[in-house]
Design a protein around this ligand. Sequence first.
Ligand code: GAP
Length: 463
Amino acid sequence: MAQEKEESQLKEIVAVCKRRGFVFPGSEIYGGLSNSFDYGPYGAELLQNLRKLWWEYFVQRREDVVGLDTSILLHPKVWEASGHVSNFSDPLMDCKSCKVRIRVDHFLEEKKGSAFIQGLTLKEMQKIIEEENYPCPNCGARGSFTEARNFNLMFRTQQGANEGGTIDLYLRPETAQGIFINFKNVYSTCRRKIPFGIAQIGKSFRNEIMARQFVFRTREFEQMEMEYFCEPGTQKEWFKHWVEYCMLFLTDVLGLKKENLRIREHTKEELSFYSEATSDIEYHFPFGWGELWGIASRTDYDLKQHEKFSGEDLKYVEQSNNKKYIPYVVEPALGLNRLFLAVISDAYGVEQLPDGETRTVLRFSTKTAPVKMGIFPLMKKEELVPKAREVFSILQTHWTCEYDDSGAIGKRYRRQDEIGTPFCITIDYQTLSDNTVTVRERDSMQQERVLIGNLKSYFIEKF
Ligand code: GAP
């Protein structure tokens, strides 16, 4: 029952996102492309706010972190060195009857629980599925699964137009490797001293077998990653620091509800081959708890591998004592689209109003809200419109505002509630005599009158 409620809430969120221009199904006029999404005007604005806040908090406000913007297409050896060519795969099987593709570990996890599948090999999982004679989740056929195999998640592409002169490349599956291969460039040109971090925001691509749950797991997504380089032996304390720092970003900067967040440490069996410790910050999405942010202690694995494969010396030299070493790395890796879903889920609410009506409201914080203020003339009358336009142009130079003069005022409020606008400003006949406007606050729906001349300072205080 609880699961049904949660799934129906996801459907409602997807519907609001479509109806109000946050997220559209990808390539819709051509019948859609499975699991691809386009972000509409308010979605693009929300993504932009999240990027900006993350960049401010992780780069601009930190003396020890710099930013970077690297290519999506990297030399193919990068992915051999990083281990992605040999290890970046998911276990997969097909149903011979209906051809549906299934992630073996997710399938068995649904049947037996996550504790049961931990540490099982591909062969062991296959054996259990055969012994239990589970039916195909799509068509119900039994005994119809192909042999389970590992499927590499990297998208392949080719560079070069000449036949015979092309090279095979991969679209990057993470932004992290672009940072590792530029470690030496950054530390030598920016004169950084260990410990320091390099951060970047950018698209990543994974040919996910089971892309699902709206924008939670897609094949094209954006990551916000930071590699923090530190002296070997200090990684444990930096790991602790970054887990706390990431959590503070979610609660104090974005204002996400604490009860929807938790930290889950990976067990030894779960750890990636490069990691000595990983903690996920999980969010309680409408479909249950899911990974939002992975914080990993990646040791010196990546730099060592790139040193080996490229032949370049990637060691860091401590100026004070000439000590030379490959730094250890702590990496907080966040998916922007998952963060977007967490922020919308956290903000989403349906309320019964005193007049018996219901309203859908997105309670975004003032920092994340795509539109900060809606500005309306009470009616589309000649006397009110120029005054409303005047107020709009004063405020628009400081905040993202929306002007709206069509339809009943109540409908205009509801529309702004649904896109999460924290304040609505109405220009009425009293404005013409005393230069005051009403400011309505989204959550309390309380209204107060404010002098036009005081609006700027009023909102500076509010924001
Ligand atoms: N560099 C490490 C790394 O990429 P990851 O746990 O595979 O680690 C980091 O990815 C974050 O990227 C995840 O916590 C998640 O937020 C996001 N992410 C990963 N795969 C994704 C997908 N298919 N769709 C959307 N977001 C994804």
